[in-house]
Design a protein around this ligand. Structure first.
Ligand SMILES: Cc1ncc(COP(=O)(O)O)c(C=O)c1O
Length: 423
């Protein structure tokens, strides 16, 4: 606590009464400093879709370090080309790519690109959507209901002190999965809007309604607004073609992170060539030019880990297994909650899902606030105290490393948690 402010290096890693400190991990398991074992459904907030220390990923990192004789070249290299080829082959909107070291950088650069491309200054984002910790998107991620404004026209509420008023004024906050209100607000601001950015599935579990996703694509196309799918979380979770492939909607730009680095720090942005071209150093200084750089962009070790991860995911049966584990957990939890007469929504179509204690359907951020937080706290504590690791209040992520015996043990613990809720 004394040498690391608040005891954590990312605020998301803090939870009450205190976070658990881990020392070791393997496959689906985490081991804390006291030697306790946990089945891990946090997976470092998503990237470890193959589980901890997958031998092919660790092998690729080792090989890269040993054979290249260095950690980084500081020049273009083959592995980043191979990764860019892979992304442009499988991600529908990706015609060309740039790498970053985090999802945060990726979203920041796409917004700058969109402003430069359109010559407009406003950005629209959705209430409850997270795009990293930079100023342009640290707005209305977790607003309190009292300050959030009308549901069909939300206020622009900063999530942090220190954000410039001009950024707050130039951010239009839209309601997610509300087609009519979204269209009205976009029409009202269309002349000033450079981009609309969204998580196609919020936190990877709360999916865009199909009509909503199509309507958003249509209106952004009609108004010449750059549509950015932030797929840092959903990228390669919803299959190799990402959430855009799953929804059948092609945005103008995409941001990637997490899985693309195979568990090492990574990010990327990609999209239509005519927009991406703006970052090219070969452009004349008379044209709009966007600056993008970074010492560690495309780090070869990261590319090696990411490519190894995508290779394993591309094999027949990988996604079936990862989705199958999530399905078994969801079905098992549903029947436990029904047996125990507990109102619960288990939300998430594929391999990420969340448990919200409410009888009502969840379609957006405000719905999640109406769920019973006390019941969820009892649930979380019981799970974590009994060897099931989740980041409290958050979603479950499954991996290739999870097994049916993990599912069985998890469901036994969920049964205990359900009984505790009813005590
Ligand atoms: C959808 C989304 N966008 C952006 C980010 C930021 O990524 P990073 O933590 O790598 O900066 C995250 C992180 O969780 C995310 O979930």
């Amino acid at each position: 606590m004394e040498v690391i402010t608040g005891g954590v290096t990312a605020n998301v890693k803090y939870y009450d009464p205190y976070p658990i400190y881990m020392r070791r991990a393997k496959g689906s398991k985490l081991y804390d400093v006291d030697g306790n074992e946990y089945i891990d459904y946090c997976l470092s907030f998503g990237p470890l879709i193959l589980g901890h220390g997958h031998p092919e990923v660790v092998g690729a990192i080792r090989k890269q370090l040993e054979e290249s004789g260095t950690t980084i070249y500081g020049t273009p290299h083959e592995l980043e080309m191979r990764m860019a080829e892979r992304i442009t082959t499988v991600v529908p909107c990706a015609e060309s790519v740039r790498f970053t070291n985090s999802g945060l950088e990726a979203t920041m650069h796409t917004l700058r690109l969109a402003r430069a491309f359109t010559g407009r200054k406003k950005i629209a984002k959705f209430e409850g959507h997270y795009h990293g910790a930079h100023d342009y998107v640290t707005i209305s991620v977790t607003p309190r209901l009292e300050e959030a404004g009308p549901p069909d026209s939300p206020n622009s509420v900063p999530d942090s002190s220190g954000i410039l008023p001009s950024i707050i004024e130039n951010t239009v906050v839209l309601p997610f999965n509300d087609l009519d209100s979204m269209q009205t607000l976009i029409r009202k601001n269309a002349d000033d809007l450079a981009a609309v950015i969204l998580e196609p599935a919020v936190k990877a579990y709360l999916m865009s309604d199909q009509e909503f996703a199509k309507g958003l694509r249509e209106i952004t196309e009609e108004k010449g607004i750059v549509l950015i799918y932030d797929e840092v979380m959903t990228g390669f979770r919803y299959g190799l073609h990402c959430a855009q492939g799953y929804l059948g909607v092609t945005p103008d730009l995409v941001t990637l992170g997490k899985i693309v680095g195979g568990g090492l720090p990574a990010g990327a942005f990609a999209g239509k060539k005519e927009i991406m071209e703006l970052v090219s150093p070969q452009r004349s200084t008379k044209e709009p030019r966007v600056f993008h750089s970074g010492t560690y962009n495309g780090c070869p070790t990261v590319m090696a880990a990411g490519l190894a991860t995508l290779d394993v995911l591309a094999r027949t049966g990988s996604y079936e297994h990862i989705d199958g584990i999530a399905d078994d957990l969801k079905k098992g939890m549903k029947s436990i909650f029904e047996r125990e007469n507990i109102d619960a929504q288990i939300v998430g179509p594929r391999n990420v899902f969340n448990v919200l204690f409410t009888p009502h359907k969840i379609i957006n951020y405000r719905d999640t606030l109406k769920a019973d937080a006390e019941k969820r706290a009892v649930f979380d504590l019981c799970l974590v105290n009994n060897g099931i690791y989740i980041r409290t209040t958050r979603a479950f992520y499954t991996s290739l490393a999870h097994s049916s015996s993990d599912v069985e043990k998890t469901l036994q613990t969920v049964e205990r948690a359900a009984k505790k809720i009813n005590e």
